[in-house]
Design a protein around this ligand. Sequence first.
Ligand code: ADP
Ligand code: MG
Length: 777
Amino acid sequence: MDTRDDSAMLSTEQSSLLDPTMCIAGTDTIASDSSVLSTEASHPLKVYLRVRPFSKAELSNNESQDCVTFENSEIVSLRAPKDSSTMKNCERGIGQSVHKFTFTKIFGEDTTQAEFFEGTMKDLVVSFANGQNGLVFTYGVTNAGKTFTIQGTPKDGGILPRSLDVVFDHIRGRQYVKMNLKPYLGNDVMKLDPAQVKQEESMKASLFSSLKEDGMKAVVSSSNLRSLAACEEASPDHAGNEQNQFSAWVSFFEIYNEYVYDLLDQFPTAKNQKRPALKICDDQLGTSYVKDLKWFNITSTEEACKILQIGNKNRSLASTKMNQQSSRSHSIFTIRLLKLNHGDDPGVLGVSEMSLCDLAGSERCNKTQTVGDRLKEAGNINNSLLILGKCIAGLKQSQNPKKTNYVPFRESKLTRLFQPFFCGKGKACMIVNINQCASTYDETLHVMKFSAVAKQVVQTIQPRNFDFMSPRIVGKDGKIITEIDANMSVEDLLSEDEDEELDISVVSAEDLLKKIEELKEKLMSERQSKLLLEMQIRKEMGEAMYQQMVHLDETWSKRFEDYQETTEEQLENRLEMYKKAIKNHAYRQAMEELEEDYVPLEEFQAEQDKVEERDRRIEELEIALGLLKQSGDNEADSTSGVLDALTKRCQDKEKIIIGLKVQIQNIRDEADFDRRRLTEENNMLKQHLKIKEQENQGLRSLTERTIQLEASVAERQEKLDESKKHVSAVDISEPKPKKGLFSSLKNTMTGTPKKSKSVETPGGATGLARKKPLARK
Ligand code: ADP
Ligand code: MG
């Protein structure tokens, strides 16, 4: 293979790595790129069912309740037992009590290990011997028979020792016994130098020494030999080409709590020492492999079985010393077969790989009631199985060309390692193990539903034999010996390669310039590749984040659904309880009432008679009442006459009272009138009195004036008299009487009236004469 071919293939493989859906859904794209894939085959994933027999204890515990019925060799019915949640749900109208499932083939409880192997593994092992990769995984709850199916017992081996038997029979007489060609990374082979070979041999010896001599016996049955014959026929390169040699290597590891542990590594002896966890890496073709995994060369099934035992021992050591549960880990046993050409120093024609995976129990973690670390461990194991379920579902969905679906292979260690088998790199088959116990029915149904989805996955397998893709042989320093560039190691393709330092003093200027040009070019291409890598990483990171979110979302919705389910169940139960309680209560009440109301017949009769008697009496009384009413009417007639007379009298009296009232009113009116008249007269008199007083006042002031005048008159009279005397002396004649106002006033005041014409007033007072008399009142 030259460099150009390799890079072309690399891009194809890488594209399928980046977008796992392309492996299935987008096969057209790949096929158009590569003529190698043009004849790829598609067929549904093979899913086999194996039902194990009941144990004695299970039979005595009433676990046998006809839950599993075989319709034919491909269809099985599951019937929910009465105490299962499936049945309870069904009674509430959720789901059905009977489910039917179809499998590639069903193997009942009487199936022997040989029959099972013959019916399931033949094709796969034949393909493996011919260079095809293969994967087998068992799925089921703990105690369903997964380990029994893969490993079997020392006397009656499972599919693993039987497959190895077929392989060793196939390569019998053509085994390459030197250990100097060893599997390396994903698909390559490392050529070991004599020292390394020695080391390899001593490692194998020390591994085997750790095991007592009670190892498993290889099982070579006649049926296996028949398989071998089929294998020989199927092998296209076997006939007429006896020179090919084969070298077989095995590894055994487990994935526990999302950590990969080598089961063939020395178990740590120190007390608190942890088992070293291995990394999963991708080779330059994008195929994931377990880095630093130990591979042991084997030459027989016996050796393989010993190795299996050692691994099992380490696994159980971990379960006791490290407090781990082996049923919660996935164990993967892998065989790599190197096909070599003839000779002492052969070239490698091809590498094929077959993995047998004993998955962890599929029971859900809420049943195990784990806490703390246990919970975490249970959670992670479930995570691996959950992702496997998602991948299977994703693969199934991506068969619909209208849907682009993401298959989350890279979300768990397990699916990362399984991915190539679902992307055309080999045949995969699934073995579903179930028991028929009534107590684990719900979990078994879960397993069957998972299988039903897996059954619908269509596998696309690239035709592949040892000639399809020659592996590279690398030296002990990791440098490729056979191809591309002798100065490049396979790991150089994965990690940064460092240039060897040059002694420039011995290099000409021309060569140096040339070197600089070369380096410049290299730098450019390096930059380009780094850019591509960066883009790839970014894309992967984005996808990883997206996956995480999708995963989170799913986890939460699942949790929510579970919660809803349990709550509904609880409420439903409670409701049922209340209903029952109410019914009971009502029944009790009714019974009590019945008891209270119970009367003997004689008493009832007597009561009845009493009632009749009473009714009769009532009738009589009613009649009497009628009579009484009539007499009452007559009495009422005379009473009404008296009443009329009385009313009349009353009316008369009333009339008299009204008349009297009128009279009183009249008298009152008259009295009022008199009172008013008197008041008026009184007022007039008062006024009159006032006027009189005023007149009086006027008269008094007049009197005073008069007195004054009189005094002055008297004075003048005296003077006059004097003058008269004086005059008489002169004249003896009498003076004439004076007339007028003064003289009359003088008369009035002195009271010695002489002949005057003064007016007398009624009050006797004198005053000025009035023209009118006082108005009469
Ligand atoms: P798992 O690995 O699924 O937990 P095992 O393989 O340990 O289950 O099987 C549980 C028990 O049932 C073991 O004792 C095993 O021997 C027995 N058993 C399983 N399958 C069969 C079978 N087909 N015939 C008889 N016994 C079986
Ligand atoms: Mg097991």
